[in-house]
Write a protein that binds this ligand. Structure first.
Ligand code: GDP
Length: 314
């Protein structure tokens, strides 16, 4: 995974020195912990997360017993793998929460440029491929191009889009037009989109919402208003894995602002340091449900903390 390639190299180096050891001394362990700490900090993992992570590893590594199955270096790698899985998932690895009575409502939130609109297409495509009948709702009325962009994404994914303008195109023929007149009210758009889904039996509604360049209260209130109006089953916070140390601040602000239910890490294909993304689950206690790994429709995967930890340590 490009976003973690440097971290992977650094961690693998940190373990290298342990390989020749038959038994680990406290100094060996501390040396390795120091390297792990530096690698994580250089990858932009938040300081608090690094501290507690390395403290747990140190404690467990000091307790390593001689084992027939694994040498000390392998045991340290195993401990790091387990702790990394915990940091990435807080013990939670859950699927998307579907409504008992459709439609399932998924709202996307995050900063502008985080990858929400792109994700709406990927998620729609993935759901369609797994037998669902999703519809995308364009409730980002902030950016002039956002509605059109979602329509393009929907067309590419073969998923209908509900938008507040007339002439909105749909799933190859059937016109899914707004029932009322054009409106600039994102809450109304979201509500109307859900009503349309109920009427036409779309079973998943994906609502794209506005993002700003920085966290702001007007945006947050708007997102809350949409949330309160449609009561989503999932509020997915989309975060650009490349935004560095700002990730923690942004995630906390959205957590307080809209109390999201899950995280989507986007742009994990980028080659900047993606470590901040590793802090997000830990800092918010919310599970990462998906990863976005490119601009294409299929550059998308269900996130499993244990698999991601193994890939980072690969
Ligand atoms: P939004 O403002 O949150 O809706 O963000 P967009 O979906 O418009 O994405 C912003 C930019 O990031 C666009 O140029 C996308 O093509 C790009 N993008 C989105 N997701 C990914 C990803 O996973 N990887 C890469 N490399 N680019 C992405």
């Amino acid at each position: 995974m490009a976003a973690f390639s440097s971290l992977t190299d650094r961690l693998s180096n940190a373990f290298k020195n342990l390989r020749s050891k038959g038994k680990l001394s406290e100094a060996d362990i501390d040396g390795t912990i120091r390297e792990i700490r530096r690698a994580l900090l250089d990858a932009d993992v938040a300081l608090d997360v690094v501290r507690s992570f390395t403290a747990r590893i140190r404690e467990r590594a000091l307790g390593i017993e001689v084992s027939e199955a694994l040498n000390p270096a392998q045991q340290v790698v195993k401990i790091v793998n387990e702790e990394l899985t915990d940091v990435l998932g807080r013990g939670v690895d859950r699927p998307l929460n579907f409504a008992k009575n459709p439609p399932t409502i998924i709202m996307l939130a995050g900063l502008q440029g985080a990858g929400k609109t792109t994700l709406a297409g990927k998620l729609g495509y993935w759901l369609k491929e797994s037998g669902h009948t999703p519809i995308l709702v364009a409730a980002d009325l902030q950016r002039p191009n956002a509605v059109t962009q979602l329509q393009v994404v929907g067309e590419r994914a073969g998923v209908p889009v509900y938008a507040p303008e007339k002439g909105v195109q749909s799933d190859g023929g059937e016109a899914v037009a707004a029932p009322g007149e054009t409106t600039g009210d994102p809450v109304k758009v979201a509500r109307d989109g859900v009503a349309l889904a109920k009427q036409k039996l779309y079973d998943v509604v994906i609502i794209d919402t506005a993002g700003r360049l920085g966290v702001d209260e007007v945006l947050m209130k708007q997102a809350r208003d949409i949330r309160d109006a449609v009561q989503p089953n999932e509020i997915l916070f989309v975060i650009d894995a490349m935004i560095g140390q700002d990730a923690v601040k942004t995630a906390k602000a959205f957590d307080e602002g809209v109390d999201f239910t899950g995280v989507v890490l986007s742009k994990l294909d980028g080659d900047a340091r993606g470590g901040a993304a590793l802090s997000v689950a830990s800092v918010t206690g919310k599970p990462i449900l998906f990863a976005s790994t490119g601009e294409g429709l299929k550059d998308f995967e269900v996130f499993h903390p244990d698999r991601m930890a193994s890939r980072i340590l690969d």
